[in-house]
Ligand binder design. Structure first.
Ligand SMILES: *Cc1c(COP(=O)(O)O)cnc(C)c1O
Length: 169
């Protein structure tokens, strides 16, 4: 969270939607895990898989976002429509940041101003290097920072949570 993840784009292809529907959370992780080992071999910490068309899909347990000229983009097809991905759309709308689902190429990620990933396991998390090269300045970008803070601040929003009270032990 302090310095951003270092990811590698793998040639391991995300299993095609006609084989396993990626919009259903599933335990077919052979592609994601094989890609992860590929990324480790390349000295990275995590992996981004491409789909059969060669555009970027997602990684092991997270969705991908790029930021270019103030606009946020996330892969449209072949991915889990994660609840945190949806939260990023909601937070962008709240903060008047354009956010769209569209095809994202490897080139678009390499030349993005900022990038981040989303997952229930960690919220909005910065991605600062791809294939060893810095994304943008290589530091956590302002929109990523804003969305990370907005994500955690929303946990205090009474309209978004149900308080669970536990009896004293
Ligand atoms: C769980 C998961 C995500 C993230 O989904 P959230 O609902 O935001 O946690 C994205 N991609 C894959 C492949 C996943 O398994």
């Amino acid at each position: 969270m302090q310095r951003g993840l270092h990811a590698a784009i793998s040639d391991v292809v995300r299993i095609p939607p006609p084989s396993v529907d990626p919009t259903i959370k599933n335990y077919h992780w052979l592609d994601l895990i094989t890609g992860l080992y590929d990324a480790y071999n390349k000295g990275a910490e995590t992996v981004i898989l491409k789909d059969a068309n060669g555009t970027l899909a997602e990684g092991p347990g997270f969705n991908l976002f790029t930021v270019k000229n103030g606009c946020v983009t996330t892969p449209e097809h072949g991915v889990l429509l994660g609840i945190t991905r949806q939260t990023v759309f909601d937070l962008c709308a709240l903060h008047q940041i354009p956010c769209t689902a569209a095809a994202v190429s490897s080139e678009a990620l390499r030349t993005a101003d900022e990038a981040f990933i989303s997952s229930t396991a960690g919220g909005v998390m910065p991605l600062t290097r791809i294939n060893g090269d810095p994304i943008g300045t290589g530091n956590i970008g302002p929109i990523t920072q804003l969305l990370t803070e907005a994500y955690w601040n929303s946990h205090a929003d009474a309209s978004l949570r149900s308080v669970v009270s536990y009896p004293d032990p």
